[in-house]
Design a binder for this molecule. Structure first.
Ligand code: NDP
Length: 310
């Protein structure tokens, strides 16, 4: 085990992490970025990206992340491909430990992201990126004039169903119980929307589609009370059953909310530990976009710069 000193350590390699490291490098802070095992984050499992500004054409998620990595390398970020498995923020410098190294950092930016929860169906995996998505805001536009299904009963599912009415010809929302947990005001909007149908007490058993071209054409739903099965024709399936922030290693070291997201001071990236900052989906359960994560990465680097100057 060796020690490595740095002014700022950035943990994670999604849009938040790379943007933070690019800004920190350009501020002369010599950042070290430890990527984690899932290099590039959630965009690595996305196909078409049409809402990240700066590109005339649709770009691919993995390609976009490769550009961010190259840009970080070009401005001098030291990128290290390993995983932080232990932290100690009780004294300075902060200690973050991987399998090989203990990083001794004056400031830390945590941008470890979150993971969408999936239903765990084989056919869901098969059609991911080909009709199955975990983000209507990202992919909804590709379903113009089509019939779609939203799975879930929380704020995200109801908001995504409402959002999809802007694109889809018909929106069905399926929930495993007979009441939503989403805010009442959102529920009212949903119930009053002529394009939305609700199917209660039901789960998705299978997603059906074609091989060539790979695309979805229906879902098989099962009513968990009656065991009755019905097939609903849809071309898009949006799984909106929650996310899990990647904060396990920070539990007990940083204040997390009841769902495990990092708490930050409003309008900043400051956590409860002075000198430790959080950016991107690890602290944001509302917006969850590549561009908002990148924006927060920028904020974190600026917050670090100010903190180190003080
Ligand atoms: P939630 O955890 O609130 O809701 C997840 C939903 O998915 C629940 O209805 C749950 O059912 C259902 N679900 C979970 N697992 C499965 C499964 N395996 N199969 C079928 N259904 C399943 O997640 P959200 O992403 O909706 O919200 C996360 C947090 O972010 C919440 O605090 C929410 O309030 C907040 N948020 C706020 C927004 C806003 O203020 N505008 C927008 C979006 C999110 P069940 O109800 O039976 O448990």
């Amino acid at each position: 085990m060796s020690d490595k000193k740095c002014k700022v350590l950035i943990i994670g390699s999604g849009p938040a992490g790379y943007t933070a490291s690019i800004y920190a490098a350009r501020a002369g802070l010599g950042p070290v970025q430890v990527t984690g095992m899932e290099l590039g984050g959630q965009l690595m499992s996305t196909t078409d990206v049409e809402n990240y500004p700066g590109f005339e054409e649709v770009v691919q998620g993995p390609w976009l992340m490769e550009q961010m990595k190259k840009q970080a390398e070009n401005v001098g970020v030291e990128i290290i491909y390993e995983m932080i498995t232990q932290v100690d923020f009780s004294k300075k410098p902060f200690r973050c430990t991987s399998e090989t190294t203990t990083y001794l950092a004056d400031a830390v930016i945590i941008s470890t992201g979150a993971k969408a929860r999936w239903l765990g169906l084989e056919t869901e995996k098969k059609f991911q990126g080909f009709g199955v998505s975990a983000c209507a805001t990202c992919d909804g536009f590709f379903f113009k004039g089509k019939e779609v299904l939203i799975v879930g009963g929380g704020n995200t599912a109801v908001e995504e169903a409402l959002y999809m009415t802007n694109h889809a010809s018909k929106v069905t929302i399926v929930h495993r119980r007979d009441s939503f947990r989403a805010e009442k005001i959102l529920q009212e909007k949903l119930f009053n929307h002529p394009k939305i149908t609700v199917i209660w007490d039901s789960v998705v058993d299978e997603i059906l589609g074609t091989e060539n071209p790979k695309s979805v054409n229906a879902v098989k739903l099962r009513n968990i009370k009656t065991n009755g099965v019905q097939e609903v024709p849809v071309e898009g399936v949006f799984v909106a059953i929650g996310h899990d922030p990647a904060t396990g290693v920070f539990k007990g070291h940083i204040d997390l909310d009841e769902e495990g997201y990092m708490k930050v001071a409003a309008g900043t990236t400051r956590t409860n530990v002075e000198g430790v900052f959080a950016a991107g989906d690890v602290q944001d359960k509302i917006y969850r976009q590549a561009i908002t994560a990148a924006g927060q990465g920028c904020m974190a680097a600026l917050d670090v710069e100010k903190y180190l100057q003080e």
